[in-house]
Write a protein of this length. Sequence first.
Length: 252
Amino acid sequence: MIAIHPLTGMPEINAGDDLATLLREGLEAPGLWPVQANDVLVVTQKILSKAEGRMVDLDEVEPSPEALALAETTRKDARLVELVLRESSAVVRAVPHVLITRHRLGHVMANSGIDRSNIGPGGSERALLLPIDPDRSAAGLSRALAGESGIAPAVVISDSFGRPWRHGVVGVAIGAAGLPALVDRRGEQDRDGRRLEVTQIALADQIATAAALATGEGAEGIPAVLIRGLPLPDGDAPAAALVRPLQEDLFR
């Protein structure tokens, strides 16, 4: 049976904190330590970014002319728009109250993933950027959380994305280690013997969305969950494997 265990009671995370140690303590409190084979630890992007010092004081941001023009179009804070541009490789859509970009990591998302909610005291004049390399961070946490038996949990770094043509946000994986983020089932046969031609499973995204049922999107205060009992396929592919290459973008 698949079980989702929220890690409650974790402290506010600050830049430079030893996140692996804090997560281990969060696992120990409810008796989830040591980790078991096929355990998946889902860590929200927010606490990883905080620990890695990705907080920016907006008062220290000087908007460029491009940011000022986009801020007028989108009716957003020009300082925030400047950060969005610095974190992106392209602007996909800019209309009042909406700024969609292609993040430097390849994700197409609102505001380059920059967040101003649930970032701790003084958040009104600060903004939190995505981690520099979420896949590398996931791998580091996985290694650091290997128990005495040598078993390391798979780690998924989760964030919340909106989706084209759908209302609402869902959890997605922006970092992953210890599991195949994308499972390619092309070439297998279905129950009727038909060959699967296009089926690829976004496993890490599915795990991130399952975890979001516990972490929530508001004031729940649950920054990580452990998923236990999920049979994981063999292999190890990072979350970067989930990003569709530009040459395959059919909507440009």
